[in-house]
Design a protein around this ligand. Structure first.
Ligand SMILES: C[C@](O)(CO)[C@H](O)COP(=O)(O)OP(=O)(O)OC[C@H]1O[C@@H](n2ccc(N)nc2=O)[C@H](O)[C@@H]1O
Ligand SMILES: Nc1ncnc2c1ncn2[C@@H]1O[C@H](COP(=O)(O)OP(=O)(O)OP(=O)(O)O)[C@@H](O)[C@H]1O
Length: 284
């Protein structure tokens, strides 16, 4: 038997860091939503009790470092499953991009294996399992749009933002999430983006308000480390995107665009100097 699952990328419409916790994580407030750029997972039963990961992408680990492997191992251990699985990852989300590619693969593996092995695990239990794998995994279990707090695992569902185009551009650098959080000085942040304002912009279905409320306090750290991210932001603004922000810890920058007619100009303008550019829709 084979099970297929889509693993979409996320963007952070706002991300605020409140303080550093005693366990080393940061208390955050983020509003996240999914975009129509997905990895595809195929999960096939194996005759022996083992986990095999394969992928067409040559640049991700295929051993126990892979988050889909960790998801399979966790669910097998926790639910005493002594069956084997081959998980093939058809990667489309750029890696270490701030788009939660690995987290979404882990979430899709948890959802898919729950179905493949008919375990009957609830969404809430899947999210709790996901939290053991990474802070973004619980959100990726249910997707949609949500306000995340805690270290990212406490979720309040929100309506989807007004539909628009999302231009994603990733400069050719890999950013470590741990390093970016490690450099945040939570007590020195002067401009906190407002989760409340973003929530009301979404509830008002106001594209203009969503664009003017975008904010991510991790930009300050990543832009300092990698000036090319700021360059990319400025280019996207100059090319006419309605709202521009770095996603997560970066380095991907996204631009929200309401008018389809503007998309080719922005896309082509960015492609002139950046290889990894995507024009997608919000996943609503
Ligand atoms: C930047 C975001 O992607 C925005 O959605 C997330 O906050 C990070 O989510 P993630 O990659 O799933 O993060 P994890 O794998 O749980 O943690 C990676 C590292 O980031 C730091 N980290 C992460 C989340 C958080 N709230 N505070 C942190 O300080 C920790 O040093 C941790 O060791
Ligand atoms: N299934 C996977 N897909 C991509 N990367 C993976 C996967 N499993 C493990 N990794 C490793 O995880 C690291 C981060 O990759 P990922 O694409 O998840 O980053 P990210 O998009 O920045 O995540 P986030 O936005 O959650 O911080 C990479 O160094 C990669 O080698």
């Amino acid at each position: 038997m084979k099970i297929y699952e889509k693993a979409p990328a996320k963007i952070n419409l706002m991300l605020d860091v409140l303080h550093k916790r005693n366990d080393g994580y940061h208390e955050v407030e983020m509003i996240m939503t999914m975009v129509d750029l997905s990895d595809r997972l195929t999960m096939s039963e194996l005759p022996r009790d083992t986990i095999i990961i394969s992928s067409q992408a040559g640049y991700i680990p295929l051993d126990e470092k892979n988050l889909a492997f960790q998801a399979a191992r966790l669910i097998k251990e926790r639910y005493n499953v002594s069956r084997g699985v081959h998980i093939h990852l058809d990667k489309h989300i750029p890696v270490a991009a701030g788009l939660a590619g690995g987290s979404s693969d882990a979430a899709a593996a948890l959802r898919g294996l729950n179905r493949l092995w008919k375990l009957g695990i609830s969404d809430a239990e899947l999210r709790a399992l996901g939290a053991e794998l990474g802070s973004d995994v619980p959100f990726c279990i249910t997707g949609g749009t949500a306000l995340a707090s805690g270290r990212g695992e406490l979720l309040k569902p929100l309506p989807n933002p007004p539909q628009c185009w999302v231009i994603l551009a990733k400069p050719p650098i890999n950013v470590s999430t741990a390093e970016v959080y490690g450099r945040v000085k939570a007590d020195q942040i002067t401009r906190h983006p407002s989760a409340q304002q973003m929530e009301s912009a979404i509830r008002n279905a106001s594209f203009t308000e969503v664009c003017s409320t975008l904010g991510n306090v991790l930009e300050e750290v990543t832009l300092k480390l990698y000036p090319e991210v700021e360059h990319l932001k400025n280019s996207m603004i100059r090319l006419g995107a309605d709202g521009v922000l770095m996603s997560g810890s970066g380095p991907t920058v996204f631009g929200l665009v309401s008018k389809e007619a503007k998309v080719p100009r922005i896309y082509n303008g960015l492609r002139g100097f950046c290889k990894d550019v995507y024009a997608v829709r919000l996943l609503t």
